[in-house]
Design a protein around this ligand. Structure first.
Ligand code: CO
Length: 135
């Protein structure tokens, strides 16, 4: 598969406004855009860092993947997102290699992107999101 770049680092937070203020005003980064991913019960806010981004993840309900993460681990680093050229090919390649996936089929992420998560048990504890940009 062809991995193009680190698309973003996902960070679980309990509030969006305070971290957005820190990253934009104190660290001088650019707030990019926001989206609600209803299927994942999460609101995301992207902050540009050169070619990559930070993705702040705020659960819209406690009973959600990020809500459960916050409850057990607290705020902090959640996942690494790698941009791939062809996510269907990447998923097929990983399946053929016997790599355990959370998403066997790519699904819709923020802004119409296609995403698929690799199981952290397969990646030595790192939750990896593959993303194919819609743009
Ligand atoms: Co992400």
């Amino acid at each position: 598969m062809k991995i193009k770049r680190i698309a973003h680092l996902g960070i679980a937070v309990k509030d969006l406004e305070a971290p957005k203020k820190l990253y934009s005003e104190t660290l001088g980064l650019k707030l990019k855009n926001e989206a609600v991913v209803a299927a994942q019960k999460v609101k995301v806010s992207f902050i540009q860092v050169g070619e990559s981004n930070l993705e702040l993840l705020l659960p819209t309900q406690p009973d959600s993947p990020v809500g459960k993460f916050l409850e057990t681990k607290g705020e902090g680093f959640h996942h690494l997102a790698l941009e791939v050229e062809d996510i269907h090919a990447a998923v097929a390649e990983l399946k053929a290699a016997g790599v355990r996936l959370i998403d066997e089929t790519p699904r819709e992420g923020a802004h119409g992107d296609l995403v698929a998560f690799i199981h952290p048990k397969a990646t030595y504890g790192l939750l990896v999101e593959l993303v194919q940009s819609a743009h």
